[in-house]
Design a protein around this ligand. Sequence first.
Ligand SMILES: *Cc1c(COP(=O)(O)O)cnc(C)c1O
Length: 489
Amino acid sequence: MNVEAIKIQRTSKILDALHVLDRQASGILLLVHPEGTFERTITDGDIRRLLLSGKTLEDTLAVLPIMQSVVVPEGITRVAALELMNARKLNHLPVLDETGKVTTVLERRELDQQIYLSSPHIGTSEREYVDEAFRTNWIAPLGPNVDGFENELADYVGIGHAAALSSGTAAIHLALCLLNVGAGDVVFCSTFTFVASVNPIIYQGAQPVFIDSEPESWNMSPVALEKAFAWAKREGKMPKAVIVVNLYGQSADMDPILALCQQYGVPVVEDAAESLGAKYKGKASGTFGLMGIFSFNGNKIITTSGGGMLVSEDGDLIKKARFLATQARDPAPHYEHTQIGYNYRMSNVLAGVGRGQLRVLDERVAARRAIYQRYVEKLGHLQQFAWMPEPAWSYSTHWLSACTLDAKRSAISCSDLIQNLADDKIEARPVWKPMHLQPIFRQYPSFDHADTSVAAHLFEHSICLPSGSNMSQEQQDRVIDVIIKHTGM
Ligand SMILES: *Cc1c(COP(=O)(O)O)cnc(C)c1O
């Protein structure tokens, strides 16, 4: 808002005030003393009341009653300003400097803009696929969008087969079922992840063993994995599977991990829920293990509102996954069952959303990478920040831009910075709390990269910043400005 353009003095006529209100469409005028200091605000309602009380358009604003307007000092947070607006039923708040002059006017509709960590970003073609599903009454179950989405995603990542499912968690669960993981079995899993990577191990009555991260990629440490295999060999607890998680849009260092798993003859399930569109040494993330999984939850890089995909080069595994995902119905007209199954398939309507999203995936990856680059560019001078590294072998989507705050150099803690951002209606979060530190998984073994846990250290000192592909440059500047304000030297 142009503050100078809405300043007016008591010597002006009511008619002039109306003209300025009309021209500036500001909804508010600033009545100022001759020396420029602020006196009170004037709204359309104030003028209406003057006219109704018998004043004319030719009267001057001298007839306006003296009134104490609500004003705020510079530096007030967005949340505090909004609370004040709500309490006093206002849509504007003049900000005064120490000399009593208005520096800016806060507007509710501008203040109210929340910046999310990662919100759904719908393109232009999703609706066509969904409309087609409605037009042809292919609402559920399955249908041409499901087949199309499976084929198109398989083509995109360059793998033979894919099964569209109701969630990424369901995909992990089916992968473990297909590997015959059962009661008493052991499954290795990255500790630095979201709980959905681990829960399916428990669903199967198996026991997780947690593998630490390496500092180079924040993902599974081959060193920790080797320690875990040595332990498993000693204890006779060889795992039935290793779940390797690709965090925040970045692949784990797959070559040494696959070599170790091959050496011990253990299949790999790649949890690529967060890394669709990423590459490892030029090959698509999610295609390295015996099976890979993707998620289309609302916060992921593309979304079907909720959904997942299981992929593999092994067509028989994917065929079996589709069977298990549809209640394990044997091919008989009378609903014959010889196995326990699940209701895990994706609906044809949601697959339509997925097909539209897949068409803009490359744009979404480019947008998230650009957001990360911009954070690094604009905040790189702040020595207390270290950005999530991207090794030479990695092409990360930077699904979430994550960074570590060096406690020794930073005057502010991660939680304080997250609170400062929240006060400005900006959503930032701590990184995932490692699974071996979760109350529910504490009793299970875990293996560290070095003498201490790398993941635990990252958890203590790292945060994720807003990274949505639909975030504007102005919104990103808001994030950057708040961070500089609270951490800049
Ligand atoms: C989101 C996510 C999942 C689960 O996907 P859903 O589709 O939400 O079930 C699994 N693993 C990781 C690492 C995730 O981020």
